[in-house]
Write a protein that binds this ligand. Structure first.
Ligand code: NAP
Ligand code: MG
Length: 484
């Protein structure tokens, strides 16, 4: 059993125990103690108490401790990656990479924290000094979804801690296992600087977002919950960083390298069984190459190896739960009823009746306003749409309430220029989708989010700005009372 971690100590939560399920076997891998509201209060209190000393710790000392976190993550790389595979279903091969990348995130922000000083600005008079200071906010609630439990956690806590904040982490109810196990990775930090409370969104989550001593909510998850958080944050005007849903488009121009585009499409649509916030969920293809592209993508999708994440030959892993898979099957069913053509997939694979598997699915024949083209699917479904030209594709790509990622395949610089200027998305990929860069800000336009993670923006997000005006020489100013 794994317990909560509050003020540097493990603690049995007041909420019910829950079993953590392996999506590949449907077996319980372990039990987790859940936080109730009182546990959340304790965690926030511990963080609040730890804040002044952590804020006042020299940035170089904080950097040393954060490099230490990275080092301990790497020392436990194999066991953390294995645990991630057991609770998310994702391939071990990918999870090894994600642990290393999470460690790099701590190394990166340790150094950003050491170098980020604010600035000196010109003052009205020579006797004065004007400074722009960056201050930490205090207690940051970090609420994470189940699809990338460690990576999305690192994108939040590494910059938050480097900037001098303290954190309370709430993992998703499907995937608390690895996160609670991270206590050993953080154990050299002062008690209370990092606290981990597993628990349901409805109880632990609600208490956390409404707690008056929580200064900021850093959240990755659905748009619906993000909207709820914004409303809840309004009472205290809490700071928010929101990474929400997406419906990412891929545009394939007739001049593109079609083989590369087809392979990128299949990778971007089916990676992690389509459960990536930046999964390709709509593909617009210029008419002259549509048939060829459709055939190639269907063939590639059919050839994908479906199986458990622990098997090194597996390419497509199970979905997280039967209920999430059912949502996707329902979307496919209504698409079929609307006359869509299922080119491949669309069903539970016959040879994998245990585990939450779903065949990679390629669909055509949907109208732009049909639900599967508009709503986030978050599953292995790739709808293909024939368009007359690039301009129509761009217009359709932008006709969405989401704006997270967007990919273009072309060799025409004029199209690249127009696309990068006009596409309404925070992450724009040309000829290479779904690539994140630690130094490149990540986030969404429109209902895909608010604020950015990663890069300098992802550090700034965890700071408050102070303007300091200092009259060094002192004396009485002519504009003070009494007026002459
Ligand atoms: P979710 O249902 O929104 O949940 C996300 C987190 O919020 C979970 O920890 C959840 O806890 C918690 N939560 C739920 N209700 C809450 C409440 N009232 N107060 C406080 N916390 C609450 O999202 P999900 O189903 O885990 O993940 C899938 C979604 O995440 C998709 O929409 C996907 O696009 C999005 N996503 C976005 C990004 C990005 O960077 N933009 C990255 C990955 C995923 P419980 O688990 O207990 O419900
Ligand atoms: Mg959910």
């Amino acid at each position: 059993m794994r317990t909560l971690w509050i003020n540097g100590e493990s603690k049995q939560g007041g909420g019910p125990l829950i079993g953590v399920i392996d999506p590949a076997t449907e077996q319980v891998i372990g039990e987790v103690s859940q936080a109730d509201a009182a546990d959340v209060d304790l965690a926030v209190q511990a963080a609040q108490a730890a804040f002044p000393a952590w804020r006042d710790t020299p940035a170089s000392a904080r950097a040393g401790l954060l490099h230490g976190v990275a080092q301990r993550m790497r020392q436990s790389l194999e066991s953390i990656a294995t645990e991630l595979t057991l609770e998310t279903g994702r391939t071990l091969r990918k999870n090894r990479g994600y642990v290393e990348w999470s460690a790099q995130c701590f190394d990166y922000y340790a150094e950003i924290g050491r170098h980020h000083l604010g600035r000196v600005i010109p003052s009205p008079e020579k006797s004065q000094l004007s400074l722009v200071l960056k201050a930490p906010l205090g207690v940051v609630a970090c609420i994470v979804p189940w699809n990338y439990p460690l990576l999305l956690l690192s994108w939040k806590i590494a910059p938050a801690l480097a900037a001098g904040n303290v954190v309370v982490i709430k993992p998703a109810s499907y995937t608390p296992w690895t996160t609670l196990g991270l206590a050993q990775v953080f154990e050299e930090l002062p008690p209370g600087v990092v606290n981990i409370v597993a628990g349901s969104g409805r109880e632990a989550g609600e208490r956390l977002i409404r707690h008056p001593d929580v200064a900021m909510i850093a959240f990755t998850g659905s748009t619906e919950v993000g909207q709820h958080l914004m409303r809840a944050a309004a009472d205290d005007v809490k700071r928010l960083n929101l990474e929400l849903g997406g419906k990412d488009p891929l545009l394939v121009c007739a001049d593109a390298d079609l083989e590369a585009a087809a392979r990128a499409c299949v990778w971007g649509a089916f990676l992690n069984a389509g459960q990536v916030c930046t999964s390709i969920e709509r593909v617009y293809i210029e008419a002259p190459v549509f048939d060829q592209f459709r055939e190639r993508v269907s063939t590639l999708a059919r050839e994908l190896v479906i199986g458990p994440g622990m098997d090194p030959t597996t390419e497509v892993t199970p979905m997280i739960r039967a209920s999430e898979r059912q949502n996707v099957l329902d979307q496919i069913k209504s698409a079929r009823e609307l006359g869509a053509d299922i080119l491949t997939g669309g069903k539970i694979p016959q040879h994998l009746s245990t585990g939450f598997y779903l065949e990679p699915t390629v669909i055509t024949g949907l109208e732009p306003d049909s639900p599967l083209m508009v709503e986030e699917t978050f599953g292995p479904v790739c709808p293909l749409v024939k368009v007359t030209d690039f301009d129509q594709a761009l217009q359709l790509a932008n006709a969405s309430m989401y704006g997270l990622g967007a990919t273009l395949f072309t060799n025409d610089p004029a199209k690249v220029r127009k696309y990068m200027n006009e596409i309404e998305a925070g992450n724009v990929w040309i000829n290479d989708p779904l690539i994140d860069n630690m130094a490149g800000p990540f986030g969404g336009f429109k209902r895909s989010g608010l604020g950015r993670e990663l890069g300098l923006e992802g550090f700034e997000a965890f700071t408050e700005t102070k303007h300091v005006h200092w009259e060094i020489e002192g004396g009485v100013k002519s504009w003070w009372y009494p007026w002459e």
